[in-house]
Design a protein around this ligand. Sequence first.
Ligand SMILES: Nc1ncnc2c1ncn2[C@@H]1O[C@H](COP(=O)(O)OP(=O)(O)OP(=O)(O)O)[C@@H](O)[C@H]1O
Ligand SMILES: [Mg+2]
Length: 456
Amino acid sequence: MTSVSRLTPTKIVQELDKYIIGQGKAKRTVAVALRNRWRRLKVRGELQDEIVPNNIILIGPTGVGKTEIARRIAHITNAPFIKVEASKFTEVGYVGRDVESMVRELMDIAVSQIKAETAAKVIKKAIAAAEERILDLLIPPPKKSYSSIEDETSDAESQERYLRNRQKMKEMLRRGKLNDREVEITPQQGKPPHIELLSNIGLESLDLNIGEMFSSLLSPKQRNQKKKMKVPEAMKHLIADEQNRMIKNEEVMDKAKKLVENNGIIFIDEIDKIAISDKKGGLDVSRSGVQRDLLPIVEGSNVPTKYGVIDTRHILFIAAGAFHTSKPSDLIPELQGRFPLREEMNSLTQSDFVKILLYPQNSLIKQYKAIFQAEKTDLDFDDDAIEEIAGFASKANEKMEDIGARRLHTIITTLLDEYLFNMPEKKYNKVVITQDIVQQKLNRIIQDEDLARYIL
Ligand SMILES: Nc1ncnc2c1ncn2[C@@H]1O[C@H](COP(=O)(O)OP(=O)(O)OP(=O)(O)O)[C@@H](O)[C@H]1O
Ligand SMILES: [Mg+2]
């Protein structure tokens, strides 16, 4: 995670390049849109509010990296990010109101994010405070006696002795020497702080945490039940408790709200599924209904959440869809207008497949090498075997339907199936996949179109 100010468009593209092959134009557009958010915040005065995000639609066949780009953006920017499937909102029971749930979920994400950040900032102080509380339990401070003057001097002495012992204990605690000692604490203290609910909005629009509600129904006696536990576990509870005490809910909510409103990103996947190509039937009503529901959110409206009202005007929306059977122009005109940027993503070629197999940091080949490693077996692919696999992938995509890089998954699993099944009973010290092996295993399948349809 890089700090936002250093995430220039070039850097963002470089970061995306580590995982996604090709699709340069889409990467570039997304990178500029992300940077523009940051730029807007540098603008002072009224103009800042006038600058609205350039929402994007990524268009491209299945399996070419649309969702992958979105996933990676979430990793590299510090912005609260959520991915939703547009088609989800057309399901029975989801129509209408629930489109706002994406904003609520985004806010939930931002709140946890800010809480985690704040918790990390106060962790040192929290540990120190928790240590003191453990020491109070293990070596309680001496009681003061106020009877006479002689007692006072001996009090001072015993106080000094006590502090020395306490210091010794602290060192033992830190070195783990007290890990077997037990202490009695109230474990619930370590629960996350309770966040005030706004009571003036409809309950049904809130995602209430039932568990939290029930735990607050417990009687005070049940809640304050003490429990014996070993020191390390008690430390965990006490540290969490101290962190909670140091985190100010108001501040967290305030920061989270700003973060969502200024930097939030909502990725709407499968947007083509709510576009209408031929106007007939009841499904279409619900589809255009979802589009109408989306409209105010994308345009900017106030959405109530349990942390307060969120203004969605500057949230960045990135939509994606294959648009096989529909076109972006099949979306209702108002919604089209809210997505001024269109980026077409390319179908992947054989040479893209070679790169996809080899270069991404999480490439399939790297994944399977790691899986084989779990059985203490080395896995290797000859260069011409990789070429061959890529060739088969693009042939299969041509012969059947084009499922993009997903084809590589099916091909590699078919190819490695025998080894994956036979390990570990059968010992392979090293498996080298050669061009011959690829041809042997795949030729028969690709020749027979029916067979291919089932297997690849
Ligand atoms: N250009 C690419 N570079 C590297 N990997 C890719 C690329 N395109 C797709 N992949 C891989 O293929 C798989 C599917 O990609 P992704 O989920 O991005 O497809 P998509 O474009 O969203 O398709 P759909 O329209 O079906 O949702 C993922 O595992 C992804 O890592
Ligand atoms: Mg997708």
